[in-house]
Design a protein around this ligand. Structure first.
Ligand SMILES: [Zn+2]
Length: 180
């Protein structure tokens, strides 16, 4: 899994809910840090925006010619394995999901998902910060507060946190990691 921060979403000429992702950055293999990634295909990734509209995002499959691992390249509007756009999930976590067209059961599940993963995100950010000799030191704050301290608490904090964790090969599929 590789998360892009610089890209364009190109509307499809036939299907108006479909977008091609055009990367504007050089992806690096999260496993071996090689830049030798070859595009081996694409995949349609379904997503739901804040109006409840269904989108199809065409993402690239990349194969690292060094370690041979295959990675999907996601724009940072997406969160790995989640349908709702990152900004919708972020609003729900921040208690501002009222404007999002999302069923209560989905809101409940997304909140529960974040509760299950927030300590892992915090821990990953903390270990990366320590390797970079960051001056940020965490005390007994909540995981959410700590995450926002690492990546900044302005809008888009979830996308920034997900990008750092995924691109350093620290993302986990929560269904297997926490809910088994
Ligand atoms: Zn590799």
């Amino acid at each position: 899994m590789i998360i892009l921060a610089k890209y364009k979403l190109i509307p499809d000429e036939v299907n108006r809910n479909k977008r091609q992702v055009k990367s504007e950055e050089k992806s690096i293999c999260p496993i071996c840090l090689s830049e030798a990634l070859n595009v081996i295909g694409t995949r349609n990734r379904r997503a739901i925006n804040s109006n409840g509209e269904k989108l199809i995002i065409v993402i690239r499959r990349l194969k690292c010619s060094n370690c041979k691992k295959i990675h999907h390249e996601l724009p940072d509007i997406l969160v790995p394995y989640k349908r709702y756009l990152s900004k919708c999930i972020e609003a729900i976590i921040d208690g501002q999901g009222g404007r999002i067209s999302c069923e209560n059961s989905s809101i409940y599940r997304l909140k529960r998902w974040f509760k299950g993963i927030e300590a892992h995100i915090k821990g990953s950010l903390a270990s990366i910060a320590a390797k970079m000799n960051s001056a940020i030191k965490m005390g007994g704050e909540s995981s959410l507060k700590a995450i926002k301290t690492y990546v900044g608490n302005e809008l888009g904090w979830l996308a920034r946190a997900v990008r750092i964790v995924a691109n350093t090969n620290n993302w986990v599929h929560t269904r297997f990691a926490f809910m088994a």
